[in-house]
Design a protein around this ligand. Structure first.
Ligand code: PLP
Length: 397
């Protein structure tokens, strides 16, 4: 009567959501201030004032029709011009509104891209591990094979391992930098090697291999080297962007897909993106928030609290003996469990009302993910708990 696949997806909650629900129940019992909930990537920094100001101005000065009506399917033209101008200023590109398709956030952008490019069930999308768990759901949901490739020891792209997984069926390689869950930013050289490999493989198989760049954390960067803007180094790049994290608007569902003019058969690809958005019901992204973006596209995100939290963790945890990837961007730290068992570490942390996410869902079960988009006080409180936790393992050796 109904799809078994969808029933399974609808009944099995994600591990992250399970922990979040557990945290909510615990908060009712012992008070939210006593729960160190580091499970969700829900930005703690509020949206910048410019967002509320422009909404007030809209509802005061415009007729509702001007901000509640449908826009054109790919989004309001002026909004897309504002987005393309912003990219052109920052990345020295020459995009126009014809390169931008407004969407309901990165999840929608990715699903639209997959739907647009996947032709058969043999198609494969390569994903670097560790990865955002929903990638598997999106890729399989749109009918292709999810092909994870383990990262190297520094949690960067392992180019040789990627090469071993690329085949004639490879449709795309998906990367996410700054990365959820590791916070890693792939350095220029690492990206350069990937680009070389993809160019070589495209020639060998005589068809394009897309590089899909999932960029909700593009502006959340704590080091001098910003992530490479991939369309500037690889022609067949498609970008999935979202303002969920950079402007702290995760509930408003607003983002875009960038289809650069250098993409092979760009016009057809853009048309397929439009077709896929139509099938998935993602045409006309929320119109009020499209207009918010028109006015706020150049507003810089406030990452000051995330930076303080990141610096505390990055200073204290390695001193205690924890191994973790450099959290250079985003707001996550991916920490290796002392006994290589992420589940075990999360269970032990629960005893102290500290909630982390086991790494298995991200493809690396030895790790746990800590989201540090929380009040600094909670990060400070966690330090003693991390000390106690690691000492438990000492006694077990
Ligand atoms: N991609 C990554 C890597 C994410 O971490 C998230 C959300 O946490 C998304 C995509 C989905 O973002 P959005 O809220 O814009 O749909």
């Amino acid at each position: 009567m109904i799809s078994k696949k969808m029933l399974d997806l609808g009944t099995k909650r994600s591990v992250i959501r399970d922990i979040f629900e557990y945290g909510n129940k615990l908060a009712q019992k012992i008070g939210a201030e006593n729960v160190l909930d580091f499970s969700l990537g829900n930005p703690s920094t509020p949206a910048p004032d410019e967002v509320a100001n422009i909404i007030k101005e809209m509802v005061t000065n415009l007729s509702p029709k001007e901000y509640n009506s449908y826009t054109s399917s790919p989004g309001d033209r002026e909004v897309r011009i504002a987005v393309s101008n912003n990219l052109n200023t920052r990345f020295k590109t020459d995009y126009t509104e014809k390169n931008i398709f407004m969407t309901c956030g990165a999840a929608a952008s990715l699903n639209i891209i997959f739907k647009a490019i996947i032709e058969s069930e043999n198609d494969e999308i390569i994903v670097n591990t560790p990865y955002f768990p929903e990638y598997k759901v999106f890729i399989e949901g749109q009918g292709a094979k999810f092909v994870p490739v383990k990262c190297n020891k520094d949690l960067l792209l392992d180019i040789e391992a990627i090469e071993n997984k690329i085949s004639i069926n490879t449709k795309a390689v998906l990367i996410n930098s700054p990365n959820n869950p590791s916070g890693v930013i792939y350095p220029k050289e690492n990206i350069g090697e990937l680009v070389k490999l993809l160019n070589r493989k495209q020639k060998e198989y005589n068809h394009p291999i897309f590089l899909i760049s999932d960029e909700p954390y593009r502006e959340l960067v704590f080091i001098d080297e910003h992530p490479t803007f991939l369309p500037n180094v690889y022609d067949n790049t498609l970008v999935a962007y979202s303002w969920s994290k950079s402007l702290s608007l995760p509930g408003e569902r607003i983002g875009y897909i960038l289809v650069p003019g250098k993409v092979k058969e760009y016009e057809n690809v853009f048309a397929a993106i439009s077709g896929a958005a139509r099938v998935l019901g993602y045409v006309c992204a929320p119109s009020m928030f499209q207009k918010v973006i028109k006015h706020c596209v150049s507003v810089e995100p406030d990452i000051s609290v995330y930076r303080i939290n990141r610096n505390i963790l990055f200073k204290e945890l390695p001193k205690m003996g924890y191994k973790a990837a450099n959290p250079d961007g985003a707001f996550y730290m991916f920490i290796k469990s002392p006994n290589d068992d992420g589940y075990d570490f999360c269970e032990r942390a629960k005893k102290y009302n500290m909630l982390l996410v086991p790494g298995e869902g991200f493809g690396m079960k030895e790790y746990v993910r800590l989201s540090f988009c929380v009040e600094t006080e909670k990060i400070e409180k966690s330090i003693d708990i991390f000390k106690k936790l690691i000492s438990e393992y000492d006694g077990e050796k």
